[in-house]
Design a protein around this ligand. Structure first.
Ligand SMILES: C[S@@+](CC[C@H](N)C(=O)[O-])C[C@H]1O[C@@H](n2cnc3c(N)ncnc32)[C@H](O)[C@@H]1O
Length: 256
């Protein structure tokens, strides 16, 4: 499936105004529970600096900030950010592409991304950027649609995506085509095991996930290693794969 960044950003610009409402309707209220589980997994501490990627209108960012953490919300849709800034005055929004984050190495205590990684053109590159900007020992939490492990549920959910979602989106959203994209992108997205492998491949350790709503959504979590030798070996592996020269042991993709 083609996910041209300009087209994805335009699509979210179009749905920004009613995004939160449509989200609540289509998830039958589950979006709130998934957000709660994500915040618990991130476990923000007062004073920590937390990066919320694909933050959209900032609903997840504000939930992460409640305990006193400083949250930076990143998204590349100007429309979603404008809506976010209007709603949440205390959140810092930055318009940027997850694949090229405008931050230095080792800046954040935790990085979270909710329903964003699936929309990124090159998710492995996005994972590499998350790794780069995290401090050693930092936490990553990824909340994303996934595959229900039980066959019957998987079939029922497939039918929901194919028939019910487009019909409801037609009534509740200003851009029903965006929700056809949603259904297609969910069906093409890797399952829990494969996403775990991608996360490991980016250099993260202690990779684990738990299913929410019987696997309709999965919450993956992992850590950036602390051990200097491990950091250096990840950097070397990346360097060999990309042909770039790492200048910092925890910055596998940085150029000289
Ligand atoms: C489904 S929304 C999720 C919003 C929010 N995290 C939530 O849970 O409600 C996905 C967001 O990802 C953003 N996005 C997709 N690809 C991106 C990229 N490469 N860089 C920055 N933002 C991106 C879109 O603009 C959109 O706002």
């Amino acid at each position: 499936m083609d996910k041209q960044p300009d087209e994805v950003a335009d699509m979210f610009d179009d749905v920004a105004k009613h995004y939160d409402r449509t989200n609540a309707v289509l998830s039958v209220g589950n979006a709130y529970l998934w957000r709660l589980a994500t915040v618990r997994a991130v476990a923000p501490q007062p004073g920590e600096r937390i990066l919320d990627l694909a933050a959209g209108t900032g609903t997840s960012s504000v939930a992460l900030s409640h305990g006193g953490a400083r949250v930076v919300a990143v998204d590349f849709s100007a429309g979603m950010i404008a809506e976010g800034r209007r709603k949440h005055k205390n959140i810092e929004f930055i318009e940027a592409d997850i694949e090229k984050l405008p931050f230095g190495d080792d800046e954040f205590d935790a990085v979270s991304i909710s329903f964003g990684l699936r929309n990124v053109n090159d998710p492995k590159r996005a994972l590499a950027e998350m790794y780069r900007v995290l401090k050693p020992g930092g936490r990553v939490v990824i909340c994303e649609f996934s595959k229900p492990p039980r066959a019957l549920l998987r079939i029922g959910y497939g039918a929901y995506l194919k028939y019910v979602l487009p019909a409801v989106a037609g009534a509740a959203s200003s851009n029903p085509a965006a929700y056809s994209y949603l259904a297609e992108s969910i069906q093409e997205w890797p399952d829990q095991g494969q996403l775990s492998q991608w996360i490991r491949g980016a250099g993260f350790i202690r990779v684990a996930y738990r299913n929410l709503t019987s696997g309709v959504v999965a919450l993956h979590r992992a850590r950036k290693p602390v051990d200097a030798a491990v950091l250096a070996s990840v950097a070397k592996r990346r360097q060999n794969a990309t042909g770039t020269i790492a200048t910092h042991p925890s910055a596998p993709n940085s150029k000289p």
